[in-house]
Write a new protein. Structure first.
Length: 80
């Protein structure tokens, strides 16, 4: 499966809805595939805080998708 340009742009827009710290944790954990302990070291916090931020960030993304608040084109924000 590949992601087309529209889907990639939508993902960036969706990520931009997150608070800075949440967005940073997700990028480090998911895009850069860093372990929680490394992310904690980078951010000057502990592993538990990183995991809580990650969990909260994913929940925020789910809520935005369910509400269609990113692009306003239905429940999935217009992505298919």
């Amino acid at each position: 499966m590949t992601i087309d340009d529209e889907e990639a742009a939508g993902a960036v827009t969706l990520m931009d809805t997150l608070p800075d710290r949440h967005r940073t944790v997700l990028r480090l954990r998911l895009a850069h595939r860093l372990p929680a302990v490394e992310v904690a070291r980078i951010l000057g916090t502990n592993v538990e805080a990183v995991l809580l931020l990650q969990h909260a960030a994913l929940n925020l993304l789910r809520r935005h998708l369910a509400a269609g608040t990113v692009r306003g084109e239905g429940p999935a924000g217009g992505w298919h």
